[in-house]
Design a protein around this ligand. Structure first.
Ligand code: GLU
Length: 476
């Protein structure tokens, strides 16, 4: 039974790179009919915040990534928040201490600092020189009586460590760079590395799929797995996500949180589809996939070793593709928060149908939901005419034309776009005026804009009364 996990630290909003880690774990679990677990790694008390945990959960749900076990829904292997598992880590640490696999280290900050300096002078990598490894019982008792703080360190054997990473292939870690490292801090809480391994073991994780930035922690993890006598999970370290300048994706490249894209009006399914292609793809380099298709197609072996580049333009293109191919009902629903904050909604049924028709007219053009209020604003509010355009389009000549158009509109029996178009074109022909000299001022008069949706569709939707009223007011 495949069991994988996404283990975010709640120290900020869900980052694009982490969302992709979550997604790949999710796809892998679903593809293999396994379980996907959400675990909150909040042992860093200073930096972890409940608000971030809630935000991460909300954003994962928004993306459509569902988990089978987690802090909010529980499960057989809980609790799923590390801060609630401290006693579990303590239990393991005590056992390892009894077995002599870890030892108490009483070194002070100053001593460790000195050690670092010496290593630096000798050109050695920083590490622990093992001086507390073989303290006598008497010495330990003496330090304890003095009330000295201690940490627990794992005795690191001198050996090469190798893994067969599912993405990177054989990875060898030369043992000499690893020195006895801390598993429990002096305040009785576990280090990140220790908690990760204990949890992966107890939660029966079969595959650890995470970012390449964790590869350097992996030898430590392997040693801890061995120390507790556990079988190793399989490892898969995914390539990093970079910005367009090929440095690690960060704030310098603009928005990096899922939340920011959500607020910009990206569709969850577009975002889901896009991040699935960050460092993964099928051989035919296809781009559009539904969630089900991604689940079917996904395989770890197809994850790229090379870093992925986050391409905002492509994401935007994909978003507009999804908007063009989504039902108006759904676009309307997803646009509601944007329409509300623009003050364009007053909750009547009639409005709903009307707004949907307006969205339909603009659908081809919408790139993000955030654009919807602006695009349909003139259907709901009186247009604001810009002075500059006004002078371009409205003069004695066009005023006369528009006055004629009003008369035509008054007489149209069935105020539908085909009929409206026929009549306006007929008028141009009869008067021998270029259509653009009529269409542009007309569009400007009814919408206050020089660009917009299909002119006649928009006139039909606005309705005869409003259209005539706007033209007359403008002429005046
Ligand atoms: N908590 C770690 C992070 O947020 C993930 C640890 C892991 O996946 O092993 O980067």
């Amino acid at each position: 039974m495949v069991r994988v996990r996404f283990a975010p630290s709640p120290t900020g909003f869900l980052h694009i790179g982490n969302a992709r880690t979550a997604l790949f774990n999710y796809l892998f679990a679903r593809k293999n009919k396994g379980k996907f677990i959400l675990r909150i790694e909040d042992t860093d008390k200073e930096r972890s915040r409940k608000e971030y945990e809630e935000a991460i959960i909300e954003d994962l749900k928004w993306l459509g990534i569902e988990w089978d076990e987690g802090p909010d829904i529980g499960g057989e292997f809980g609790p799923y928040r590390q801060s609630e598992r401290i006693n579990i880590y303590k239990g393991f640490a005590e056992k390892l201490l009894k077995e002599g696999i870890v030892y108490k280290c009483f070194c002070t900050k100053e001593e460790l600092e000195k050690m670092r300096e010496i290593a630096q002078q000798k050109g050695l990598p920083p590490g622990y020189d093992g001086r507390c490894r073989d303290l006598t019982k008497e010495k330990i008792n003496q330090y304890e009586r003095q009330g000295r703080d201690y940490v627990l360190r794992l005795k690191v054997p001198e050996e090469k460590i190798e893994i067969n990473d599912l993405i990177r292939g054989k990875v060898v870690f030369e043992g000499e760079y690893l020195t006895d490292f801390v598993i429990m801090k002096s305040d009785g809480t576990p280090t990140f590395n220790f908690a990760v391994v204990i949890d992966d073991y107890l939660m029966k994780i079969t595959h650890v799929i995470r970012g390449e930035d964790h590869l350097s922690n992996t030898p430590k993890h392997i040693l801890i797995f061995r120390a507790i006598g556990a079988e190793l999970p399989q490892f898969a370290h995914m390539s990093m996500t970079l910005g367009p300048d090929r440095t690690r994706l960060s704030k310098r490249h603009g928005a990096t949180s899922v939340r920011a894209y959500r607020e910009e009006g990206y569709l969850p399914e577009a975002f889901f589809n896009y991040i699935a292609l960050l460092g993964w793809g099928t051989t035919e380099s296809r781009e559009i996939f539904t969630k089900e298709e991604l689940i079917n197609e996904f395989s770890i072996e197809r994850c790229h070793k090379a870093s992925a580049v986050f391409d905002k333009e492509k994401l935007l293109w994909m978003n507009s593709y999804y908007i063009r191919n989504t039902s108006i009902d759904r676009i309307y629903q997803l646009s509601l928060p944007f329409l509300r904050s623009a003050g364009l909604i007053n909750n009547s049924e009639k409005d709903e149908e009307y707004i949907k028709k307006a969205i339909f007219l603009e659908q081809e053009k919408i790139k993000t939901l955030k654009e919807v209020p602006y695009l349909i604003e003139f259907f709901l509010k009186e247009p604001e005419y810009e002075r500059e355009n006004f002078e371009n389009f409205i003069n004695e000549e066009t005023k006369k034309t528009l006055a004629d158009i009003v008369q035509i509109f008054e007489k149209i029996k069935d105020f539908k776009k085909e009929e409206i178009e026929n009549k306006v074109r007929g008028y141009c022909k009869e008067k021998n005026i270029k259509t653009s000299l009529v269409f542009h001022p007309l569009r400007f008069a009814v919408s206050g804009r020089t660009k917009g949706p299909d002119l006649f569709g928009m006139i039909e939707l606005l309705g005869r009364e409003k259209v005539i009223e706007r033209i007359k007011k403008l002429i005046k």
